[in-house]
Write a protein that binds this ligand. Structure first.
Ligand SMILES: NC(=O)c1ccc[n+]([C@@H]2O[C@H](COP(=O)([O-])OP(=O)(O)OC[C@H]3O[C@@H](n4cnc5c(N)ncnc54)[C@H](O)[C@@H]3O)[C@@H](O)[C@H]2O)c1
Length: 299
C-alpha cells in the first residue's frame, strides 16, 4: 500500500515513516522542512507546504491509497502569539489535504490530534467522551480540523481515524513542542546544566513513547474507522519523578532549580487508552523507564 505522510520529516513523522517502510509500505513524504529534517532515503520526498495548491500534483502523480496527516504548527506558545498562522496551517492546510484525499479517492486518512483539545480536565482519567474546551488556539485549531474530517466523511465518504496523542517523547525530539520537557531535561544533563522545573514539579503528565505512537498510526491505517482514540499510557508521572528517572539513567546528580508555575499550565493530565486497546488493537509497549533508557542508549 502506498501511504503519503505529511510532516514525515518531523519527530513523530520520521518514526512513522521508518515503521511503515519496515512493514513493507511504499511511503511518500510531504514536508516543508519548517521544523523537520529527517528524510528516510527509502521514501519519496516532496519539499512542499501542505497549504500549497501544488499539493494536488503530488496526489495526482503519486495516487496514495492512504494518508497519515502529521504536518502542523505544533507550538502552543506560537499559536497564542500568532493564531492566524496556526489556523492557516492546522485548519486551512488540513482542509487542503482533505480536499485532495477526497478528490483523489484516498481510502483512509489518519489524523494526529492532541490532548490539547480537552482543555482543563473535568475528571480524570480523561476519556474520549470528555468535553472539548481547548485553552489555547493550538487546541482549537486541532479540534476544528477534527470537525472538518468528520464533515468530509459525512459529505464525501472519506474514511478517517483521529488519534489524540498525550505528551510524546523519544529519540530525535526537538526541545520545543508538547512533550519537549523530556528532551530539555536530557539536553540540560548532557551539558551539565541544572534543569529548571516550573511550579512544584508535582504536576503530572502522561508521556507516551514515540515508537508506540508510530505503531498507533500504523494500526489506524487498517482499523478504527470514523473513531477518535486517545493514544497514551494511562499512567500519570510527576515532573519531579520524571527528572529523577532521567537523572538515574544518565547517572547525573545535578540538583534542579524551581521556577514560577507557567501560566495556564494544567495541574494533572492522564488519558484513558482503553478504547484504543479494544478497537484499534493497540497498546503501548514502553514504560516511561524503558522509553527513557532507549533514548539515553542512543545519545
Ligand atoms: N509531540 C507531541 O507531544 C504531540 C502531541 C500531540 C499531538 N502532536 C501532533 O503530532 C504531529 C507531529 O508533531 P511532531 O511532534 O512530530 O512535530 P514536528 O514539528 O517534529 O513535526 C511536524 C512536521 O511538519 C512539518 N510542517 C510544519 N508545517 C508544515 C506545513 N505547513 N507544510 C508541510 N509541512 C509542515 C515540519 O517541518 C515537521 O517535519 C503534529 O500534528 C502535532 O500537532 C504532537
Amino acid at each position: 500500500m502506498k501511504v503519503l505522510v505529511t510532516g514525515g520529516a518531523g519527530f513523530i513523522g520520521s518514526h512513522t515513516v521508518d515503521l511503515l517502510i519496515m512493514e513493507g509500505y511504499e511511503v511518500i513524504i510531504v514536508d516543508n522542512l519548517k521544523t523537520g529534517k529527517i528524510i528516510n532515503k527509502k521514501a519519496g520526498f516532496y519539499q512542499m507546504d501542505i497549504c500549497s495548491k501544488d499539493l494536488e500534483q503530488v496526489f495526482e502523480k503519486e495516487r496514495p491509497e492512504a494518508v497519515v496527516h502529521l504536518a502542523a504548527q505544533i507550538s502552543v506558545q506560537d499559536s497564542q502569539a500568532d493564531p492566524h498562522t496556526d489556523a492557516q496551517i492546522n485548519i486551512l492546510g488540513t482542509i487542503n489535504v482533505l480536499d485532495n484525499c477526497s478528490k483523489h479517492k484516498v481510502r483512509k486518512i489518519v489524523f494526529s490530534s492532541s490532548a490539547a483539545v480537552y482543555g482543563k480536565p473535568e475528571y480524570l482519567v480523561l476519556d474520549e467522551k470528555h468535553n472539548t474546551v481547548p485553552l489555547a488556539f493550538y487546541g482549537l485549531s486541532k479540534l476544528t480540523a477534527e470537525y472538518y474530517l468528520k464533515m468530509f466523511a459525512e459529505l464525501f465518504g472519506l474514511r478517517y481515524t483521529i488519534l489524540r496523542y498525550s505528551n510524546v517523547y523519544g529519540i530525535n525530539q526537538k526541545l520545543s513542542g508538547e512533550g519537549g520537557v523530556v528532551a530539555i531535561f536530557i539536553d540540560n544533563l548532557l551539558n551539565n546544566k541544572a534543569p529548571t522545573i516550573f511550579g512544584t514539579g508535582e504536576q503530572t503528565r502522561d508521556f507516551i513513547y514515540v515508537s508506540d505512537v508510530a505503531k498507533a498510526n500504523l494500526c489506524a491505517l487498517s482499523t478504527g474507522d470514523y473513531e477518535i482514540f486517545n493514544i497514551s499510557t494511562k499512567t500519570a508521572i510527576t515532573i519531579n519523578d520524571l527528572l529523577a528517572i532521567i537523572r538515574s539513567i544518565m547517572k547525573k546528580d545535578l540538583t534542579c532549580l524551581y521556577g514560577p508555575k507557567k501560566e495556564g499550565d494544567i495541574l494533572h493530565s492522564v488519558l484513558n487508552n482503553s478504547k484504543a486497546k479494544e478497537l484499534l488493537k493497540w497498546e503501548p509497549a514502553y514504560s516511561i523507564t524503558e522509553g527513557l533508557e532507549e533514548i539515553v542508549e542512543n545519545l
